[in-house]
Write a protein that binds this ligand. Structure first.
Ligand SMILES: Nc1ncnc2c1ncn2[C@@H]1O[C@H](COP(=O)(O)OP(=O)(O)O)[C@@H](O)[C@H]1O
Ligand SMILES: [Mg+2]
Length: 331
């Protein structure tokens, strides 16, 4: 396989699922309208937000990203809006917030669903009027900022359930983009793997230059519940732990989970103590499916990923009883 030339920030992948999102994003980029990016963790939501910024008339302005789930409410508030000297004990000097820093550019609010309610109100006010106040200040300030928000959850349901402001949800989701999970664009896996192999080889001073076809097949068959971030980490691990020019199937195997395990619960008891304790296979499978679905909060695609089967297999197999003894083929 020949390596293409990609730099950091390029969004790699030729799959129709990805290309469709990129085409939609490129149409939205030139607009000032807010965009809500959804998708599982590690699917490239931040990368997509950067692309929206890079394709916009604000591209020479700043792109500022903040993770709303990473900071406690008071800290998040002063990070976003800034604070004045004396606003609280540790406020020794005036601090410009990230909204002010993003003026003329784009503010990316990651994990927006985790923004505390009082800050949601303050953000709504900024979005509606373009004005905000530093913590501890009565003075209104203005900043011209395009807001792009992202969430790995379902913000609409969160709003419907009262966990997120409905008015803010509608303000943020004027335009929406959904990043598909990696298992819905398996065609992209070999190319992504090559890219990360090359990048980590250079960084770690190794000689890896290609991926054996069986290794590419093995990587493509794994469901990657952690998406591209997980794939990236797996390739880094391979480069650190192994040496050579070719990434082999054995190397790929060495970093992939071996069995259809569900963390936190022993779904299949191996080494049963007596004949009487051996349970029918259909029942074991049914329990495994129900357990996985329950642990995933009813999310079938995610449960399917943990069980290493396709979501359609799971939809088909739910509620299977003893009359149906067909096995699930585990890839
Ligand atoms: N299509 C892609 N091509 C190359 N790298 C990607 C791609 N998608 C994601 N990445 C990389 O994977 C990691 C996770 O992406 P990120 O945008 O942070 O995901 P999310 O915000 O959805 O959790 C980042 O290091 C990012 O650069
Ligand atoms: Mg992210």
């Amino acid at each position: 396989m020949v390596f293409g030339m990609f730099s950091d920030g390029d969004i790699i992948g030729k799959s129709p699922a990805l290309q469709e999102v990129l085409a939609a994003a490129d149409k939205m980029a030139t607009s000032h309208a807010r965009v809500l990016v959804t998708g599982e963790t590690g699917t490239g939501k931040e990368l997509l937000a950067r692309r929206l910024h890079a394709g916009s008339p604000r591209k020479s302005g700043p792109f500022i990203a903040i993770n709303c789930a990473a900071l406690p409410a008071p800290l998040l508030e002063s990070e976003l809006f800034g604070h004045v000297k004396g606003a609280f004990t540790a406020a020794h000097r005036t601090h410009e917030g990230l909204i002010a820093a993003a003026a003329g550019g784009t503010l990316f609010l990651d994990e927006i669903a985790d923004m505390p309610a009082p800050l949601q109100a303050k953000l709504l006010r900024f979005i509606e009027n373009g004005t905000f106040r530093k913590v501890g200040s009565t003075e209104e300030e203005r900043a011209d900022v395009r807001v792009i928000a992202a969430t790995h959850g379902d913000l609409k349901s969160a709003a419907a359930a009262g966990a997120f402001r409905v008015d803010l949800y509608y303000r943020l989701s004027v335009l929406t983009l959904e990043m598909p999970p990696l298992r819905a664009r398996k065609e992209d896996i070999p190319q992504l793997a090559e890219h990360f192999l090359r990048r980590y080889s250079v960084a770690e001073g190794k000689d890896f230059a290609e991926i054996a076809p069986e290794a590419a097949a093995r990587l493509s068959a794994y469901p990657w519940p952690g998406n591209i971030r997980e794939l990236q980490n797996a390739l880094h691990k391979i480069v650190v732990l192994h040496a050579g020019v070719t990434l082999t199937a054995a190397m790929a195997e060495s970093v992939l989970p071996q069995n259809a395990r569900v963390v936190g619960e022993n779904i299949i008891t191996l080494g049963a103590a007596s004949e009487a304790s051996v349970r029918p296979l259909w029942q074991v499978q049914k329990d495994a499916i129900e357990t996985a679905i329950r642990l995933c909060g009813g999310n079938i695609p995610r449960a399917a990923a943990l069980l290493r089967v396709s979501p359609s297999t799971l939809y088909r197999r739910r509620g299977v009883g003893s009359t149906d003894s067909e096995d699930i083929s585990i890839s």
